[in-house]
Design a protein around this ligand. Structure first.
Ligand code: RRO
Length: 305
């Protein structure tokens, strides 16, 4: 019997696939739909301290190997977001992760406290959005001191287990991972989008995205994501949700072997619909059957042996 159940701290997932932040995660209805399509856990779009329009269209463009986005952290008001989150937590058949952000360290604490009232299974601090500048002019996740300060503030503000989402856009992701673990992170998710990148429209001679630059996701980033997860696994003891470019069960196997305990599937949902979660679980199960792996424990971190 092949067992693909996953564990993140004390939370059990029927399978290791997770809907990451930013994809179909604004309403309770869409989160429930993804859960019903076979995701092992679902994450909200990042919830902010107040309503935010985000950047002007176009905010997403398809490029070779994936997508370039600069949505700009659009979100409804905090009250609306919490209302949707509360319904999702009550009605979802799978664990719910509440992603959130703040523009300052204090704001991270305030939003964490508010979001936690809905009692999600995890809160996820998004310290890695590439498309906005925080009060220090760059994402908190690019500096180990700010990453640790946000983590500490959130841990002081909430009793809900904390995931910290890291950016690949740093010289050494191990330093950031060690800092957030030391500061109290219960799990790490990685990676946020790669870049920033840029696409220029040849007829107008202008950048395609209204914000000019955007973060890259999709199959082209998989090797970067696998390397980041591999390095994080070498550095910390907390569980890792590995994401970035996973489209198939075999991509998921790579991520598990690199050290992830669960795998995020984002851009592939945009391309293939929420059915992709069942497809990935099925392919993962078949790979394990054919190769004699009985449970995810046999796969997780295997590349380090
Ligand atoms: O909204 C965005 O532009 C965005 C976010 Br919050 C993020 O975390 N990662 C990304 O690629 N885009």
């Amino acid at each position: 019997m092949t067992d693909i159940r996953a564990t993140l701290r004390s939370v059990s997932l029927e399978n290791p696939t997770v809907l990451p932040a930013g994809i179909l995660g604004i309403t309770a209805a869409s989160l429930k739909r993804v859960a019903a399509s076979g995701a092992g856990a679902v994450t909200t779009k990042s919830i902010g301290p107040q309503r935010r329009e985000g950047h002007k269209n176009p905010v997403v463009v398809e490029v070779n190997g994936g997508l370039l986005n600069s949505v700009g952290l659009s979100c409804p008001s905090l009250e609306e977001s919490i209302e949707e989150l509360t319904s999702a937590v009550k009605e979802s058949r799978v664990p719910v992760i509440a992603s959130f952000y703040g523009r300052s360290i204090d704001e991270f604490g305030l939003v964490a406290a508010q979001v936690s009232k809905a009692k999600p299974d995890f809160i996820e601090a998004n310290i890695s959005c590439p498309n906005i500048e925080d009060e220090y002019g760059k994402p908190f996740g690019t500096d180990h001191r700010f990453a640790a300060a946000v983590t500490e503030k959130v841990k002081d503000s909430s009793k809900i287990p904390l995931i910290v989402k890291l950016t690949p856009n740093v010289p050494d992701i191990k330093v950031i991972a060690a800092a957030v673990e030391e500061a109290g992170a219960d799990c790490i998710s990685a990676i946020n989008t790669l870049g920033p990148g840029m696409l220029i429209d040849l007829s107008s001679g202008k950048p395609v995205l209204s914000n000019r630059f955007g973060g890259m996701s999709g199959p082209a980033v998989l090797p970067v994501a696998v390397r980041c997860v591999y390095e994080i696994y070498d550095t910390v003891d907390v569980p890792i949700i590995g994401m970035g470019g996973i489209q198939s069960g075999l991509d998921a196997v790579q991520m598990l072997m690199a050290g992830a305990s669960a795998v995020g599937i984002g851009t592939a949902v945009w391309k293939r619909g929420p059915e992709v979660f069942n497809v990935v679980s099925g392919e993962l199960t078949r790979f394990m059957q054919v190769n004699g792996y009985r449970s995810l424990k046999d796969l997780i971190g295997r590349a380090h042996q």
